[in-house]
Design a protein around this ligand. Structure first.
Ligand code: AMP
Length: 282
């Protein structure tokens, strides 16, 4: 596997790949790789001739400085995993290669109502930061397919919107959420859970399954409250949201007609780790 740290070196190599008509798959990550990430790599390796992964803990998408500083970094192990999974190239840039003009972007991404709800409401500026970095990487790499995880449901919709806004000629492929055997959605932040918190964290996916099995057409507010209270009585300190939303645009759904495609989204804190998860209801 080739490791690039400079944009120009990566661009030179990519030029050669494109000349040879290689299809390019791209997997953006912030590192501390787990099987959820590797699933995206596997999907790319299967569908594309070249797979490129970026590892970059993007400062502009963290509204909480402490969260940024505590973000786990395991580069050597990540590289071993990427080599074993058949990744062709890793782009591991320093901040100044990604943001040569500094961290303050002059570009505003018109994300509409997606911007300020759910994660956007609790992490102001987060999706602008996500768009800033993904936009930069898409224009450097120019992949045929970008692979994203459903674990970050709202982020997937944001990236689809970004691709439409900027007319990037890239297909956005969404891979399902990979879970631990007890149901906890895999996440780089899970390593920050202590033993007790790790045991209690399972109640997040249990809550989603419970709501899924109990939903009936009509008013969903009581079920959302039930989900929140369930988390609070099972080790979670605070719940940012448990929300039934339209699966396509994430508009909140209070009264369900029994047909509209829904997704339940949640974010809650256990110990000092904020976890998110979601469950689409077909
Ligand atoms: P991150 O490193 O957390 O920014 O994630 C990089 C990519 O991996 C994003 O597209 C995530 O949605 C995806 N991802 C993270 N965790 C999972 C998971 N448990 N299952 C599937 N995809 C995931």
């Amino acid at each position: 596997m080739l490791v690039f740290k400079r944009v120009n070196d990566l661009r030179e190599w990519l030029k050669l790949q494109r000349k040879a008509n290689m299809t390019i798959g791209y997997v953006p990550t912030m590192g501390a790789l787990h099987d959820g990430h590797l699933q995206l790599i596997n999907a790319s390796v299967k569908q594309c001739q070249i797979t490129i992964c970026t590892i970059f803990v993007n400062p502009t998408q963290f509204n909480d400085k402490k969260d940024f500083q505590k973000y786990p970094v395991t580069i050597e192990r990540d590289i071993e995993k990427l080599v074993a999974s058949g990744t062709d190239a890793l782009f591991l840039p320093p901040v100044e290669e990604v943001y040569p003009d500094g961290l303050n972007s002059s570009e505003f991404f018109e994300l509409g109502t997606l911007e300020n709800k759910l994660e956007g409401a609790f992490r102001p500026g987060h999706f602008q930061g996500v768009c800033q970095v993904v936009s930069r990487f898409l224009s450097i790499i120019e992949p045929d397919i970008i692979f994203m995880g459903q674990k970050d449901y709202q982020q997937c919709l944001v990236i689809k919107k970004l691709v439409r806004l900027k007319n990037y000629p890239v297909k956005v492929e969404i891979c399902p959420t990979l879970r631990e055997s007890d149901g906890l959605a895999m996440s780089s932040r899970n390593v920050r859970l202590n033993e007790v918190e790790r045991l209690d964290s399972v109640y997040m996916s249990r809550m989603l399954n419970m709501l899924k099995s109990e939903i009936t057409p009509g008013n969903l507010s009581a079920l959302e409250e039930k989900g929140k209270n369930y988390l609070l009585s099972h080790g979670f300190m605070s719940v940012d949201y448990v929300s039934f939303c339209n699966a396509e645009d994430l508009e909140p759904v209070t009264i369900w007609d029994g047909h509209q495609p829904l997704v339940i989204l949640t974010a809650a804190t256990i110990g000092n780790v904020r976890l998110i998860d979601n469950m689409p209801l077909s």
